[in-house]
Unconditional design. Structure first.
Ligand SMILES: *Cc1c(COP(=O)(O)O)cnc(C)c1O
Length: 395
């Protein structure tokens, strides 16, 4: 089946969107479905919607739509909150599973919020835990019997460098450490086999490659054989075994449902649920082949025409996720110049120009056009304009 399905997305005419790794575009079916939930369910049924319209089951139902994309079994994924909260939930549970160990191992390229959540949790626990950051390629060697949790983001948000999930999970488990994989830049981007590698926890967001929209809920997977044993630190009423008993004492729900916290964001969850339909018939191996082919084409084209840019992503496809990054001293201004000409990527400090490769709505002609516009921006120094240097809050 054809991987490219641009017609399912609302993409402004003439725009080449290479920022789906940051915020996926709007699937065309979403507005009507959300409007229906607003008027036909909330408007018509009011409080009755929780029962009549299945709102309360959405986190499980949508989790089951995400599960196949990350290689997790049905019933092992639940939805809610944002990814930062899921980091806290997974890490706090992991540390409780290894009460005699004090080390959290991560890498220097990890996304700041993951590291901040760890720092805050360490302070709150007050038990002398330590967050140790090593270069990405030194993670495996740093795993030993003192490590409680190995907390990694599989694909580096800046460079696109990709960890070998199976290998590092094996190494962690051999040393008795618990693994937490952040799949923010993996879910919907590369094939993932959470069950195959046996990771204890996997978490991720859904507004990037999964196109769930700004503020879409995050996902969390807990390995099924552990899910009934973990003790949630954020013990919310909707993760209780019987929320409507209103029992003053917390008793966790069976399975991953205990990772639910509070009221699900029904409208956001609806947008995500409908957005997941664009994956019907998409085989992740085939998507990956397309992603690699488009990435190689983009790298070759940019390197042939833009001598001022330096590849920041691994050159070898097997070590790259589904994005390509280049370093350029004036990268922010160059990206602004590019966006002004209809090619949308983004910028990450200090000097990274980032381009998401999303085969669902990008093809060779888009990539070629993006290369040509970028070459023009560089050749004619179109970035060298005060208008493009003015920093906005979101880069
Ligand atoms: C995008 C991203 C986040 C964002 O977290 P939110 O709580 O959804 O804002 C966190 N971690 C990683 C690795 C990310 O790539």
């Amino acid at each position: 089946m054809e991987i490219c399905r641009k017609h399912l997305f609302e993409l402004p005419d003439g725009l080449i969107y290479m920022d789906g790794n940051s915020l996926g575009p709007l699937p065309r079916a979403v507005p009507e479905a959300v409007a229906h939930v607003v008027r036909g369910e909330w408007g018509a049924h009011l409080i009755g919607g929780w029962n009549a319209d299945g709102w309360m089951d959405q986190p499980r139902h949508v989790g089951d739509l995400i599960a196949p994309l990350i290689g997790a079994p049905a019933g092992s994924v639940t939805m809610g909150d944002t990814l930062s909260i899921k980091v806290h939930q997974a890490l706090s549970a992991a540390l409780e599973m290894r009460p005699d160990r004090r080390l959290i191992l991560s890498d220097e390229g990890n996304f700041p919020t993951d590291l901040y959540m760890a720092q805050g949790l360490i302070r709150q626990l007050g038990k002398g835990h330590e967050l140790r950051l090593v270069p990405p390629d030194a993670v495996e060697a740093a795993i030993d019997e003192t490590v409680a949790a190995v907390m990694l983001t599989q694909v580096d948000y800046r460079t696109g460098r990709m960890h070998d999930m199976a290998r590092l999970t094996r190494a962690a488990q051999a040393a008795g450490a618990v693994t937490i994989w952040d799949l923010a830049h993996s879910a919907g981007a590369v094939p993932v086999d959470v069950a195959g590698c046996g990771a204890e926890f996997a978490i991720g967001c859904t507004y990037k490659y999964l196109n769930g929209g700004p503020g879409a809920p995050a996902f969390i997977h807990v390995r099924p054989d552990l899910a009934d044993t973990i003790r949630p630190a954020l013990a919310g009423w909707l993760g209780h075994a019987a929320p409507f008993d209103f029992d003053p004492a917390y008793r966790p729900a069976p399975g991953v449902a205990r990772m639910r916290v509070g009221t699900p964001p029904v409208l956001q969850m609806t947008a995500l649920q409908v957005a997941m339909a664009v994956w019907d018939g998409v085989e992740m191996g085939a998507l990956r082949d397309r992603s690699v082919a488009l990435s190689e084409r983009f790298i070759a084209g940019v390197e042939a025409t833009c001598p001022g840019l330096t590849l920041a992503s691994p050159r070898e496809a097997a070590q790259r996720g589904s994005q390509v990054s280049f370093r350029f001293e004036h990268g922010y201004a160059a990206m602004q110049a590019l966006i002004a000409r209809g090619v949308v990527g983004d910028f990450r400090a200090p000097d990274i120009m980032r381009f998401g490769i999303t085969p669902l709505y990008l093809d060779e002609s888009d990539v070629d056009r993006a290369i040509a516009v970028l070459a023009d921006v560089m050749e004619r120094r179109l970035w060298d304009d005060p208008v493009h240097r003015r920093r906005q809050a979101v880069t």
